[in-house]
Every structure is written in structure tokens, then in C-alpha cells.
Write a protein that binds this ligand. Sequence first.
Ligand code: SAM
Length: 242
Amino acid sequence: MLNAHENPSADASIERFDQAYHQKGLASQRMYPNEAMVQFVLGLFGHLAPAERQTVRILEVGCGSGANLWMLSKEGFEVYGLDASAAGLSLAETHLAKKWEVMARLAVGDFTRLPYPDRFFDAVIDVVSLQHLNLKGTSAALVEVARVLKRDGRFFSYRLSDKSCMYLRNALPMIDAATVQDIPSPLPLANNGPTSFIGPALARHLYDAAGLIVESIQTFGRTYVSGDFVEYMAIDSSLRPI
Ligand SMILES: C[S@@+](CC[C@H](N)C(=O)[O-])C[C@H]1O[C@@H](n2cnc3c(N)ncnc32)[C@H](O)[C@@H]1O
């Protein structure tokens, strides 16, 4: 794991999310899964019969309060969730059990030191979580994702792109070339601490360095009522063959 000096973004962001989980509970995050993630997972494994699905291991890094986990579990996969916030995981546990009557194997941990063996998962998913690392942290997390993926495993990441207005229009204090210290109100996604914005070329570069091949990048744009534009990339990747 990188220490706080090498990766100051990690601690600041975790603190913000942890506080939000304590103060607002489930209301601090979405309750329903990310649609692009649903398409990705069901595109890969949707054809499998229930018995086969039980053998498919899926990890969500930064699972928070479980908005994506419950759906994966309902669909019959062996589901794992990791988050740095114990408060987020506690919400996820209750959310899954009480509302959806399913479970997932949850662990407190950091993106840059995943507590799982090598080649363990058929798929790893990230929904707007790794974007809270700076570039150094992102590189370290991608190496960890590559380590825990099976040789034919896939990694899905849904994250902010560098076409988003917060990155383009505002001279915000930066941690590195891609990472702002924080997004101020009233901009979208404000006050979540460090947030990084990468484009397709940088994504390919970072993935390549971690031994991952970008298979495809889809973009999704959202214009808020305020006129603020935010773009996300859905990145599908696999391990580089040996
Ligand atoms: C925006 S939330 C997304 C939660 C969930 N993926 C969803 O779609 O609802 C980001 C999550 O990443 C977690 N997180 C941030 N930095 C982390 C780190 N370095 N290691 C582990 N989790 C981290 C936060 O605690 C938070 O739960």
C-alpha cells in the first residue's frame, strides 16, 4: 500500500465518504446499480445457467453501500465487495440482507493492497471509485486489479473523463496533472475530496503499464440543469497475454 505521503489523495477521499456514510446513511449514495456495469456483467455472464453463475467470482472495488453488489448477488454470482469505509460496508451489509435478502463477502481495505490471492476473480468492477485516487495511486490500484484477475478475467471501470466541466473550466488546485484536490459546490460531484479526470490516451497508458489491455471505451455524457456537462468513460479491459 502506498503511504499517505506518496498517495495523499487516498486518505482525504476516504475521510469524506466515511463521514457521509455516518451522517446520511444510504442516502449518501445511489441505491440502484450503474447501467453500463449491468450491461458489462450480463454481456459476459448473462448466458450462464444458475449453477454456473455460482462459480463466477466478481469483486467490486469501492463498493460503498452496495448499490451494485445487490444486483450482482441477485443475479446469482459469487460477489465480493471491498471499501476503505467500515461505515459504508456496514450499510451495504444491512442493505443487501434486509432489502434484497442477498449477501456479499465484504472486506475493509485499500485499492492499492487488495486482500485477495492472485488470479482469483473472473471480473473486477469499479463504479466511480478509483477516480478518487491520484495518478500514482491509480497506477498502484491497476497493478493490484491485474494481479487478482484470472488470466481470462475482465475489468470494468466507470469513471470521469477529462471532458468534464470541472476539469476543463475551473482552475482548481491540482494534486497532479489529472487530479483536483476537491470539487467545490455548486459544481457537480462536489466535496468528495480528490478526484481525477483521465481521457482515453492516458487510460490506455496507465492500463498498459499495469499489464492490462483496453478492449473498449464507451463514453456517457450528462448535462445538469445548471448546464454543467460531465462525461464518464466505461472502460472494458483484460490482462495482456503472457
Ligand atoms: C463514489 S463512492 C462509489 C460507491 C459505489 N461504487 C457506488 O457506485 O455506489 C466511492 C467509494 O470508494 C471508496 N474509496 C475511496 N478511496 C478508497 C481507497 N483508497 N480504497 C478503498 N476504498 C476507497 C469510498 O469509501 C466510497 O465508498
